[in-house]
Design a protein around this ligand. Structure first.
Ligand SMILES: Cc1cc2nc3c(=O)[nH]c(=O)nc-3n(C[C@H](O)[C@H](O)[C@H](O)COP(=O)(O)O)c2cc1C
Length: 325
């Protein structure tokens, strides 16, 4: 399938694996890229820019296809060494960067000068327009269903994607709630040029996470995610567990008075405990409602091939048949 996104990134299929903390390692990115999608390494999971440089080199050893790096701008008292990470990305010869969180204006000129394509992930049309106006090449439009940070507007993709299509001139991909060929065709119908998936890619053979994480996604239904940190205006969609329910209890008890320090045990340092050790009650980790559509653990190649053949079947046989009828 050829779309503006496959052309822009030089990939075979319009499918991107979004940056994922402690999941987006070289193994994950290379598996997605080798399967014809765009795999993405998550910069901030690497403790230092040197570690990121090593992870990029490792990924290059595992694939000769294009892959990207995610740079997430988080609200933080002591910000990470962003200039160092950007330098590692440029010197590593990476061709695509996915930015997320705050406005990427401060790093954009460096990336553009290096000939890197930038896709900014955002949860609101106004943020997408801002990204377009500062020179991003594409955007990833992340609906309320998404795993991770859906923002505070709560607009699901059935509204957000056609709204983005009505306003944007640069190409965009859908993100949040995407799982299969049906998702891809629907995204294209809404005007997207491809789709971005997070949660679906965790339940694959190559995802470098503990087996308990994959089984938790398989066991979950679309009713099993929770929104945490709403009172802090840092909303995150996570899979429920004992730690998450404890966090929500604190939110109910403390109300508007809640501070980040109150919930540190349930949010700080949780990712390695979940992703590496498989301690599934450790606390908050991002997971989308799409868990309700995930029932197996294929390889990335099997997953992407299945998505593409299902999409083709829907477009040519099902919809084509309706038109003929
Ligand atoms: C475990 C996990 C960790 C994530 N970490 C990040 C991150 O560090 N930076 C980022 O921009 N997005 C992050 N995301 C969001 C994904 O890139 C993607 O936008 C989202 O998962 C899409 O929704 P879906 O899960 O319904 O496919 C994360 C998602 C998950 C599930």
């Amino acid at each position: 399938m050829k779309t503006k996104i496959t052309e822009m990134f030089g990939i075979q299929h319009p499918i991107i694996q979004g940056g994922m903390h402690h999941v987006g390692l070289a193994e994950m990115a290379a598996a997605v890229s080798n399967a014809g999608g765009l795999g993405i390494i998550t910069a901030l999971t690497q403790r230092t820019p040197d570690d990121l440089a090593n992870e990029i080199a490792k990924c290059k050893d595992m694939t000769d296809k294009p892959f990207g790096v995610n740079v997430t701008f988080l609200p933080s008292v002591t910000p990470p060494d962003y200039p160092g990470y950007i330098k590692a990305i440029i010197e590593g010869g990476v061709k695509v960067v996915e930015t997320a969180g705050n406005n990427p204006a401060s790093v954009l000129p460096h990336l553009k000068d290096a000939g890197i394509k930038v896709i900014h992930k955002c949860t609101a049309v106004r943020h997408a327009l801002k990204a377009q106006s500062i020179g991003c090449d594409a955007v990833s439009v992340d609906g309320f269903e998404c795993g991770g940070h859906p923002g505070e507007d709560d607009v699901p993709n059935f509204i957000l994607l056609p709204r983005a299509a009505d306003e944007l001139e640069i190409p965009f991909v859908s993100s949040g709630g995407q799982a299969d060929g049906r998702s891809l065709v629907a995204s294209l119908a809404f005007g997207a040029e491809g789709m971005n998936m997070g949660t679906r890619f965790i339940a694959t053979k190559e995802a470098p996470v503990h087996e308990n994480v994959k089984q938790a996604i398989l066991a979950a239904s679309e009713l099993d995610t929770r929104l945490v940190m709403r009172p802090l205006r840092n909303t995150e969609r996570v899979l429920t567990n004992a730690g998450v329910e404890r966090l929500l209890e604190k939110e109910r008890e403390l109300g508007d008075k809640i501070k980040f320090e109150d919930i540190l045990p349930e949010v700080a340092g949780v990712y390695p405990k979940i992703m590496k050790e498989g301690d599934m009650d450790a606390g908050a980790w991002s997971c989308g409602m799409v868990a309700g559509l995930i029932n197996d653990i294929p390889t990335c190649q099997e997953l992407i091939d299945r998505i593409m053949s299902q999409a083709e079947e829907i477009i040519t046989s099902r919809m084509g048949g309706m038109l003929k009828g």
